[in-house]
Design a protein around this ligand. Structure first.
Ligand code: MN
Length: 230
């Protein structure tokens, strides 16, 4: 297939590395789940009971596999949120939970960096969250590990250290909405497709970072990720 002539250069595709492979994973959309661990919902001042899940989006090109996280502008309160990441190889609308795992290409670990001060203001004013969530480099991710190698983990420590000190320490089995339910609920709202990436929410312990910090995080049994805040 030859590409059509374009009036400006074609945007670069967003590609994530795949562990143990020379081939990469092309990203289409990025969906994120809010408040999916009870202890984090409580620390953010919300009821941890099983309210319907809610979602927001980041931009595909906010994902990156680099080692440096550039501290973003116009915030003095950037928080980390370590999350298990799903990468889809199939999609559709109204996917049943019992079929949802068949849509998953693989898993990784990522950070949903958040300009918490801008998010707090947006919440107060009833405004959208993009300023807080969808900024440049806001979603570093590990290489993806194919489910064909990994299976579909339902438990495993989800952790994050700053300068060697443990800040977040949860477990995949504490998710309020499990992975098949997330895909089922999301596919009621959007038509999912190959290339979609889902960030599945964060356990408690989110906090601010500063330039010079070293961050390490992981989901045990899946992947780890290390970054420097620059
Ligand atoms: Mn998050």
């Amino acid at each position: 297939m030859s590409l059509p002539a374009t009036v400006i250069p074609l945007p670069q595709p967003v590609l994530l590395p795949v562990e143990g492979s020379a081939e990469s994973f092309p990203v289409r959309r990025v969906y994120c789940v809010g408040r999916n661990y009870a202890d984090h919902a409580i620390e953010m001042g919300h009821d941890p009971n099983r309210e319907p899940p809610f979602f927001f989006q980041k931009n595909a090109d906010n994902l990156f596999a680099g080692k440096d996280f550039p501290y973003p502008p116009l915030s003095n309160d950037v928080h980390f949120e370590v999350e298990c990441v799903l990468a889809l190889k199939a999609g559709g609308a109204d996917i049943k939970a019992e079929n949802a795992l068949d849509c998953i290409y693989g898993y990784g670990v990522g950070i949903d960096f958040t300009r918490r001060d801008l998010q707090a203001e947006a919440k107060k004013l009833g405004r959208p969250w993009e300023l807080a969530k969808a900024f440049e480099h806001s979603a570093p991710v590990s290489a993806l590990v194919p489910a064909s190698r990994l299976g579909h983990p339902t438990a495993g420590r989800v952790w994050l250290d700053v300068n060697g000190e443990r800040k977040q320490d949860g477990d995949l089995n504490q998710m309020i909405w499990k992975v098949p339910e997330i895909i089922a609920e999301l596919s009621k709202l959007f038509v999912l497709a190959p290339g979609d990436v889902i960030m599945t929410g964060t356990p408690a312990g989110v906090a601010a970072i500063k330039k010079g910090d070293s961050i390490s995080c992981g989901v045990d049994g899946i992947a780890t990720l290390s970054l420097k805040v620059v």
